[in-house]
Design a protein around this ligand. Structure first.
Ligand code: FES
Ligand code: FES
Length: 871
């Protein structure tokens, strides 16, 4: 069947499959990659929006046949002047982070403004309801659409910032290209002769694999190669900490979760590869999975992973005499708090492209640590690391979910087997099955205070479900324990935190990394104690807020840069004004480490290469994933050299040995920024000696910063220093008469806001994620299977669900950070859930011990998070 339509003014005739979506036709047959695929065929993210016959249509949910005779317009087809205005509006407003959702929203903005030249913020929020953004929290997106509409009405043209000095609002690097969808993500990249891969995942949460028969798949027309465990020439098991995760499960072994890989197929196109992957016959002996972490820890339970017992880790913190202190306390509260499994739901599903090189393979990855990807993939392929080039393609969101390997090894192996470029892209469902989640943690707390509300003791016992593979789960529970007292002064502490292996999907890094869960519990205890003492939430926190000289739960004495009290003061007037106005008000304070710490050796590495054309390549080892790292690093270089920001070209690849581990722990700005600053100071010295950039062509200015002065939990050391730096925050959540969340005020000590726009954006986006964590988001599993893959059911908030979020930046200079900066990527959602719970208690007097707080009026008012009954 031939389908003809007009695409951006040009006549097109295609021969689609009967089941082919319009998105697939436009992307794969017509090469229109400004349309992104975030969820096809769900039609629930808006990334694939096009105008079809004048109507805004999510093309993944529409069959190509329906486009017959229609006129289709994508962002690429609108006049250049309008494209430039849209791009400038989004960049000037800092209305994009990873950028994956933005081309769809930009087209929607134009469609809206064509019909309504002066839309209100509420009208814009309503118009973009189809669109999901996981990064921004929507505030700056709505700012961008407002700017665009104003300029269209003849108002001022938005002006993206060009000064790269520290503290200025430099426009995001590659922002215009991201806004217009012209900067490729991995799935947008093609190569001559490229094959398409597909993977076959496990059909069980736990089973013995008896036989894998690839005969039918291999014989399917268009299939070039099928890979299983037997084809792996190198080390089949990998992992960030334990080598416990098989790239493929072999015959005779167990599958341990529904995201395990059985086989991978390379074929001439993606549909053929997916069809062939489904033809692989797998015979299993089904086994009973363990899905309850307490059952997994009980005697007699099967061992989930051969690499370690089901108690993967047990972190112990002891200071003082907790039982005696509790016995002497004027007030004691206790309870059990439970948090849920959360899906990262980054908008860009995992994708990798591997191509042959003269010496081996080049891998294009979206991972959070390209040198970890290289190390693990080279071992998998059985080749020296030098024979594997790795290039970062800045990703469409990660939030911790792209730390572990997904399909990088499979794309690399199929490339090695076929000698051809191979690209593999996971579907949204596969993505949810494969990558690690946020840990559900059950936390029993007992907390005491004296008659004035000063904390005396914290006792906590935590059990986290870490799923089938270790990932960094032990570290997450370690971090939950370390943050178990929140940012409060406590002398007597006894915390146990256990990571338990189960046959559920693995859990690992996700923004906040255990701190969010612990803060939900300790924040509630603070409120319960305040009630007993007879003081309000702000006063309770003020009396216990840590300052320089106080001790963190881990035993580290804070020696510098503690901006918690400043953040409390920043919200004080708004807090009491709202209370006096009769609003239901909640408050939460937060602390989050910058840097992994806990005894890990960490690095910041940078190379500045002066190129012959006068530009400067800025290499570093950390990943851009929407947080704005590359822009911030440019600003560190500009501040040191005084050169124009436009001269710097950030690069993340394996040209130099810049391995720094994962982009995690809110550390890239601090460690990467320090390295860039140091390298840039060397370049500045060379320029100051009278040399020009032209004379410095081909010279390399290098800096490697090593951080090895932190101590492991329980380590006997003269001075305990578990972390390099800490961020602090206070958030106030205000609910209306009906219990809906109306406003959030987020005051954050960021050390120094290198780029205030990006800094605010990080906090707004994190508050959005924190409100979802508090109210609507969850990924429940039954028998090891996620019960849903639907975006709206998973519960990430839409624009119209978001309350007003006001960010207050507090700058308490961090001496170990570049220009005083500290990490801001995670802390934005650390205090949020407790503050929401406090506001809801103020509204209806109900203490809520479990997340998400779905039964609350605030959650019921949201448009997402309703799990439909299963068949
Ligand atoms: S890809 Fe079409 S709506 Fe998500
Ligand atoms: S900027 Fe919207 S999903 Fe990343």
């Amino acid at each position: 069947m031939t389908v003809t339509f007009k695409l951006n003014g040009r006549e097109v005739a295609v021969e689609p499959r009967p089941d082919e979506s319009l998105l697939e036709t436009l992307r794969e047959r017509c090469g229109v990659t400004s349309l992104k695929d975030g969820c096809s065929p769900q039609g629930q993210c808006g990334c694939c929006l096009a105008l079809v016959g004048g109507k805004a249509v999510v093309t993944c949910a529409s069959k190509t046949a329906k486009a017959e005779g229609k006129e289709i317009v994508t962002l690429d087809g609108i006049p250049e002047e309008d494209r430039a205005l849209l791009a400038d509006s989004f960049v000037a407003a800092a209305g994009l982070q990873c950028g994956f959702c933005i081309p769809g929203i930009a087209l929607r903005a134009r469609h809206l403004v064509d019909k309504n030249p002066d839309p209100s913020r509420a009208e814009i929020a309503k118009a973009i309801d189809v669109h999901l953004c996981r990064c921004t929290g929507y505030t700056k997106i709505i700012d961008a659409v407002s700017l665009y509409a104003e300029a269209r009405r003849g108002g001022a043209r938005p002006q993206p910032g060009t000064s790269g000095r520290v503290g200025d609002r430099l426009a995001r690097y590659s922002g215009r290209e991201l806004a217009l969808g012209t900067r490729d993500y991995v799935a947008d990249m093609t190569r001559d002769g490229m094959l398409h891969g597909a993977v076959r995942l496990s059909d069980h949460a736990r089973a013995k694999v008896v036989r894998i028969d690839t005969t039918a798949a291999a014989a399917h027309p268009g299939v070039v190669a099928v890979a299983t465990a037997a084809d792996v020439p190198g080390k089949r098991w990998y992992g960030l900490i334990h080598l416990d995760w098989p790239g493929f499960v072999a015959e005779g072994e167990e599958v341990r979760c529904v995201g395990d890989f059985i086989a991978a197929v390379a074929a001439v196109d993606e549909p053929t590869a997916r069809t062939a992957a489904a033809l692989i016959e797998v015979e299993y002996d089904a086994l009973e999975p363990v899905t309850d972490p307490r059952a997994a820890l009980a005697d007699g339970c099967h061992q989930v992973n051969p690499a370690y017992p089901n108690e993967l880790s047990h972190t112990v913190i002891r200071r003082g005499d907790v039982d005696a202190a509790l016995a002497d306390s004027a007030h004691v509260v206790s309870g059990t708090w439970k948090t849920q499994r959360i899906e990262h739901l980054f908008l860009e599903p995992e994708c990798a492209l591997a191509e042959p090189t003269e010496s081996g393979v080049r891998l294009y990855t979206q991972g959070q640590g390209i040198f970890d990807d290289r190390r693990q993939c080279a071992a998998f392929l059985g080749i020296p690391e030098d024979d594997l080039d790795v290039v970062l393609v800045p990703n469409g969101g990660a939030f911790g979910g792209k730390e572990d390997m997904s399909i990088q090894p499979h794309a690399s192996l199929l490339c090695q087997m076929t000698g051809k470029p191979v690209r593999i892209r996971l579907t949204r469902e596969q993505s949810i099955r494969v990558h690690p989640k946020r840990h559900p943690i059950e936390m029993e707390y007992t907390v005491g205070c004296d008659a004035d509300g000063r904390l005396t003791a914290v006792k906590a016992y935590m059990v986290g479900d870490t799923g089938a593979y270790a990932s960094v789960g032990a570290k997450v529970l370690e971090r939950a324990a370390g943050h178990g007292c929140g940012p409060y002064r406590v002398t007597n502490v006894a915390i146990d935190a256990i990571a338990a292996a189960t046959n559920n999907p693995p859990c690992g890094a996700m923004r906040g990394f255990g701190a969010n869960q612990a803060h939900f519990a300790i924040g509630a205890c603070m409120d319960m104690l305040a009630e007993k003492v007879g003081i309000d939430g702000w006063e309770m926190r003020w009396r216990n807020a840590v300052e320089v000289g106080d001790t963190f739960a881990s035993g580290q004495v804070f020696e510098k840069s503690v901006g918690l009290k400043k953040s409390l003061l920043a919200v004080k007037d708004a807090y009491y004004a709202a209370v006096q106005a009769g609003k239901a008000v909640g408050i939460g304070c937060g602390i989050k480490n910058t840097g992994i710490g806990n005894g890990a050796v960490e690095w910041g590495k940078a190379r500045l290469v002066v190129e012959a054309d006068g530009t400067i390549s800025l290499y570093n080892g950390y990943t851009e994933m929407g947080q704005g790292l590359l822009t911030v690093l440019i600003q560190c270089a500009v501040e040191a050299t005084g050169l124009d920001a436009a001269l710097f070209r950030p690069k993340v690849d394996s040209t130099f040995a810049l391995g720094c581990g994962q982009t995690t722990g809110s550390r890239a700005t601090l460690f990467g920024g320090r390295a860039v600053k140091s390298a840039a100071e060397k370049l500045a010295a060379a320029l100051a000696s009278g040399k020009t950039l032209a004379e410095l062509a081909d010279e390399v200015f290098a800096a490697d910063i090593k951080i090895d002065d932190t101590t492991a939990p329980g380590q006997k050391a003269e001075k305990v220093k578990t972390h390099t730096a800490f961020g602090f925050a206070t958030q106030v959540v205000i609910a209306g008469e009906d219990g809906r969340i109306e406003r959030v005020i987020a005051a954050h000590d960021v050390g120094r806001a290198v780029n205030p726009d990006l800094c605010e954006g990080q906090i707004q986006g994190a508050v959005h994620m924190g409100l979802g964590f508090a109210l609507t988001e969850e990924l429940p599993c039954e028998n090891g299977w996620p019960v849903t893959y639907k975006l709206r059911e998973i519960g990430v908030l839409r624009a119209r669900d978001m309350p007003e979020v006001e960010v207050v930046l507090v700058e308490e200079h961090e001496p170990e950070g570049p220009y005083g900066a500290k990490g801001v990527g995670e802390i934005g959602l650390v205090p949020t859930a407790a503050a929401v719970a406090g506001a809801l208690f103020a509204h209806d007097g109900v203490r809520r011990f479990q997340l998400p707080m779905k039964g609350s009026p605030a959650a019921r008012a949201m448009s997402v998070g309703r799990l439909k009954p299963r068949r």
